[in-house]
Ligand binder design. Structure first.
Ligand code: URA
Length: 255
């Protein structure tokens, strides 16, 4: 394959994984995996080197099917119910978030993940560049969870959650933690916890380490996105303002 930095028509080349995510094929991370798996070719030659450049006149294929440059991006907010997996497919044939969005006219991908038994807000889009940035730790999108416990949570545990908890993969960054109210007033068995990291099972592990394993976990905010009216299993498209706010969070400018 001829690797060029500037094709004849003067338009810039971009990295193959960026091209694929921009075409709405997958997030940048997933596109990188596809390249390394040898599923991508440029002008008929298989490419397995990340960072290979592609220009406007190159023809790119995945698994032998042409990739067309993208026409429009779509953004959906889903209230993922518990008992559904955050993945495009499941070897154990469990229901996936894409099964819920089956009727929509485009292929979108989840931005980050929620555990099988966690419910709450999940963004899905075919805008690979935005998804890549929102998942990247350096952009640190705040995520807020409502957390239910069997026992009342004491102040010492809350203080530790706020300061940082030592997990097996290191100390967590400081979290915002507040007590919640229910219809009968302040409820010591419910907390709201906001974190900007996205480690595996992070909230569950943090709560267990401070001695209060949680019994229920719901994500109520993802960056600028919140929607208390969206019930489990419901989804909707984002408003233009929500998309602009996400772009701002991700350090991108929306044209
Ligand atoms: N933290 C968890 O423990 N689980 C989730 O699904 C999300 C955050």
């Amino acid at each position: 394959m001829n690797i060029k930095d500037k094709p004849d028509n003067g338009q810039p080349c971009i990295r193959l994984q960026k091209f694929l995510s921009g075409a709405g094929i997958a997030s940048r991370r997933r596109a990188e995996r596809m390249i390394l798996e040898g599923r991508v070719s440029i002008n008929g030659s298989r490419v397995v080197i990340l960072g290979t450049k592609v220009g406007p006149e190159d023809s790119v294929e995945i698994d032998g099917k042409p990739v067309l440059q993208h026409e429009a991006f779509h953004y959906y907010l889903l209230h993922k119910p518990a008992g559904v997996i955050t993945s495009a497919s499941d070897p154990r044939d469990r229901k996936t978030v894409l099964d819920i969005l089956r009727g929509i006219p485009v292929r979108v991908y989840p931005v980050g993940r929620l555990d099988f038994d966690t419910s709450g807000l999940l963004l899905l889009t075919n805008d690979g560049e935005l998804a890549h940035r929102l998942m990247h730790p350096s952009f640190g999108v705040d995520k807020t969870y409502r957390v239910w416990f069997k026992e009342p949570v004491d102040s010492a545990a809350i203080m530790t959650l706020r300061q940082g908890v030592l997990l097996e993969d290191g100390l967590t960054a400081p979290a915002i933690v507040r007590r919640c109210k229910d219809s009968e007033g302040s409820n010591p068995r419910i907390l709201e916890i906001t974190i900007h990291e996205g480690r595996n099972r992070q909230i569950k592990r943090m709560c267990s380490v401070v001695g209060f394993p949680l019994v229920k976990l719901v994500r109520i905010r993802f960056g600028p996105l919140a929607d208390p009216g969206l019930k489990p299993g419901q989804f909707r498209e984002l408003s233009r303002k929500e998309i602009r706010d996400l772009y701002y969070q991700a350090g991108l400018k929306k044209a």
